[in-house]
Design a protein around this ligand. Structure first.
Ligand code: SF4
Ligand code: SF4
Length: 412
């Protein structure tokens, strides 16, 4: 991934070529806005897909049905709508709107942000199961799922929190929409992205053959919000259609380590050990939160380089101080724009100040998330059955077939 990022970065360092042929740049270099009616159609399709997915996951309990509905979403939201609008990217529109009075968020972006979270509150992550095109394309390639060791899984699972914190920070400071910029599958959906993007997406799909849904599990920032909200879901898919008999046949059925075993199978720890763990992890929450806030405050000037004005100011300063020519497109455009160096440096300082203010909040969120995640390990639950972890379960239905229990026949 790092190597891929370097290629993208290197491409940006060079100005566009001056062609000596009769080549002309295309009239539109950004997608032309689509008819507004499509925005309402998209929202309607999203709600419909979520309703059908909820029914398939909770009532009908059909893995096959869930695969078909996700294929539809892949075709519609992925290839037909070319991955935009998408709930994952809408996080950035919401962050931009929350912290900038001058930006009014499009209604569809707001609805695409809220609707899957509302469904998660009532039925768990049905969005991941049937409506997300990014999840659907990965679900298709998960052919030989291998489980990761829990420690590796837990470590990698912190990345989406970092990604979310950075995405919100960069959007709130009007720097970049990194979720869209580094969307690994949009290149495949549009069939015309830079080859680096297509390679990145293809690599993730290849990895997904063995490690199911790598983007959903170890990158997706919207998944963090779905994970949190679905923990409060009033209803959720169950592995068994009736009463769990603790046969353990489903124990290894989930490629995402999302099945919680019954307490009958878990060796109880000594009460004193449990108490000690509980207190230690509880105390660690504010420690992590504080450390996160301080860390992000310290590195926030460095992170501000994600803002184009800051990046440009640094390039111009390098030219002034060390004589390294500022030759990027942005620098050439700046020199011809009539803006003075002082104005640029003032803007740079303002942006760094915004980063200094916003950075600690992002760090606080990160520290709290890690602290609360650790603390949750110390909480004892009473489970007499095997059931999905509400936050981690993608409602994919793979585990249904492992359960030998038959549904109860309702008497008339
Ligand atoms: S439905 Fe949930 S618990 Fe079952 S296999 Fe899918 S993600 Fe795992
Ligand atoms: S959920 Fe079904 S398969 Fe899993 S332990 Fe219970 S009865 Fe067995």
């Amino acid at each position: 991934m790092l190597a891929w990022h370097m290629v993208v970065y290197a491409q940006e360092r060079f100005p566009r070529p001056e062609f000596e042929t009769d080549y002309t740049y295309p009239e539109y270099q950004l997608p032309v806005a689509r008819n507004a009616a499509w925005e309402y159609i998209d929202t309607g399709v999203l709600v419909l897909v979520l309703l059908v997915t909820t029914w398939l996951a909770l009532k009908k309990r059909s893995r096959q049905g869930l695969v078909w509905i996700s294929l539809f979403s892949l075709a519609y939201f992925g290839f037909f709508r070319e991955g935009c609008i998408c709930s994952v990217g809408s996080v950035q529109n919401v962050a931009l709107a929350l912290f900038n009075d001058g930006y009014s968020i499009p209604l569809t972006a707001l609805l695409f942000f809220i609707i899957p979270l509302v469904f998660a509150l009532f039925a768990g992550r049905v969005f991941c199961a049937g409506a997300c095109p990014l999840g659907a394309i990965q679900e298709l390639t998960g052919i030989w799922p291998k489980k990761l060791p829990r420690a590796v899984e837990a470590t990698l699972a912190t990345i989406p929190f970092i990604y979310l914190a950075l995405a919100v920070l960069f959007s709130a400071t009007q720097s970049q929409f990194i979720i869209c910029r580094y969307d690994p599958f949009v290149g495949i959906f549009r069939l015309n992205a830079p080859y680096t993007m297509i390679i990145f997406g293809a690599l993730l799909l290849l990895a997904g053959v063995f490690i199911n849904r790598p983007y959903c599990r170890f990158l997706c920032p919207y998944g963090v919000l779905l994970n949190i909200t679905s923990r409060f879901a009033s209803r959720h898919l169950s592995i068994t259609p009736a009463e769990c008999i603790n046969c353990r046949l489903c124990e290894n059925a989930c490629p995402y380590n999302a099945i919680l075993p019954s307490d009958l199978e878990v060796k109880n720890e000594e009460p004193a050990v449990i108490r000690r763990k509980f207190i230690t992890y509880l105390v660690l929450i504010p420690v992590f939160a504080f450390a996160g806030a301080v860390a992000l405050y310290i590195i926030s000037p460095g992170l501000s380089g994600a803002n184009y004005d800051v990046k440009l100011a640094r390039e111009i300063r390098l030219e002034m101080d060390e004589g390294i020519p500022a030759g990027s497109n942005a620098a050439i455009a700046f020199k011809g724009s009539g803006r003075t160096d002082e104005q640029l440096f003032t803007t740079e300082n303002e942006i760094i100040t915004r980063y200094r203010k916003a950075g600690p909040w992002a760090g606080l969120f990160l520290g709290l998330s890690i602290g609360i995640g650790l603390f949750s390990l110390a909480i004892r639950t009473e489970r007499t059955e095997y059931r999905p972890h509400k936050g981690k379960c993608y409602s994919c239905g793979r585990c249904f077939k492992y359960c030998p229990v038959k549904p109860k026949i309702e008497s008339t």
